[in-house]
Design a protein around this ligand. Structure first.
Ligand code: SF4
Length: 200
């Protein structure tokens, strides 16, 4: 008989399937929140994702950079940014050396919305803070993300476990090492999105 991870009736004795099912349930959390926020801000989920991306990753300041990060086409992101610009949440600044390129920044109103949207993630973080094995949980999440990336399920993530500077030393409480920062890393120090990341 086939067992399906998405069939809760066949989970008995299969922790891996329970994990997958939990991830599937969790995947709805942010989507539901964005639809709720849609009523408040009259913005689509994508438009709100763009606002939070520009707020917390200002280096992604072009249509192409945002599109790559959100795994969408330039045309889709460009349309959404046009609306955000019309609503005066996003400003466009021509590149000083190449007038065809435009840099994106948030207006004060856009920043306020992005920060209000992010309060929801902070709330989830408060729940996560109560978990007794947070560091081990983070370590397991990174291992799963690495496997998903290596097998083509998710795009490249700027995380420690796939970084060229990362060493696995298997050394007691600090089993990892970052050669760039020249310091040991305990599981709690592992980064999911590191600005210094370098592909291996
Ligand atoms: S550079 Fe960043 S991602 Fe790479 S190992 Fe060091 S801390 Fe981790």
């Amino acid at each position: 008989m086939n067992n399906f991870a998405l069939d809760p009736n066949s989970h008995e004795g299969k922790v891996n399937h329970k994990i997958v099912f939990a991830l599937e349930r969790l995947s709805h959390v942010f989507r539901i929140q964005l639809w709720e926020a849609n009523k408040q801000f009259q913005l689509s989920p994508l438009q709100m994702q763009i606002l939070t991306t520009l707020r917390f990753q200002p280096q992604l300041d072009s249509v192409t950079a945002v599109a790559n990060y959100l795994q969408l086409t330039n045309a889709t992101v460009s349309d959404a940014i046009r609306v955000l610009h019309q609503k005066q949440y996003v400003e466009k600044h021509p590149d000083l050396e190449d007038g065809r390129r435009q840099h994106l920044t948030l207006t004060t109103a856009g920043t306020d919305i992005a920060e209000e949207l992010s309060l929801f993630a902070n709330r989830i973080g408060e729940f996560a803070a109560t978990l007794p094995n947070r560091a081990e949980f983070l370590e397991s999440l990174l291992q799963l993300m690495q496997l998903l990336q290596e097998n083509g399920f998710i795009p490249l993530q700027q995380m420690c476990t796939t970084c060229a500077h990362f060493l696995h030393l298997d050394n007691g409480t600090s089993p990892y090492f970052c050669q760039l920062l020249n310091k040991p890393l305990a599981p709690r120090d592992l980064r999911i999105h590191c600005p210094e990341y370098e592909g291996g």
